[in-house]
Write a protein of this length. Structure first.
Length: 107
């Protein structure tokens, strides 16, 4: 949380809510965050609601699709790690191969 500087009229607080996949993909479920804020003189209440997946209409993400893209993302990440490791090994090999001997030199 960032404290307001002198003269600031606003500041922002961020919060996260984690819900299970089963809850998120249950049609009709909604999640509400309620915050009470004391501004120095009075307490005010603020709330916001997020609705989970509505159903199988256009733009709705099904559980199967979510799992598929999650698996694809994991595979892509694993391939990037392998590629980076191979590149690192190649660079280490080049550095080792191109090192000059540090022994005594004769004139």
């Amino acid at each position: 949380m960032r404290r307001p500087a002198e003269g600031d009229k606003f500041y922002r607080i961020t919060s996260r809510l984690s819900v299970s996949v089963e809850d998120w993909f249950t049609p009709g479920k909604s999640f509400t965050c309620i915050v009470k804020f004391f501004d120095g003189t009075a307490t005010t209440s603020h709330e916001d609601t997020v609705v989970g997946v509505q159903g199988k209409g256009e733009g709705a993400m099904t559980r199967e699709y979510y799992l598929k893209i999650s698996q694809t993302a994991k595979l892509s990440y694993a391939l990037l790690i392998v590629k980076s490791s191979l590149y690192g090994a190649f660079v280490a090999f080049l550095v080792w191969k191109l090192q000059r001997p540090t022994g005594k030199r004769s004139n």
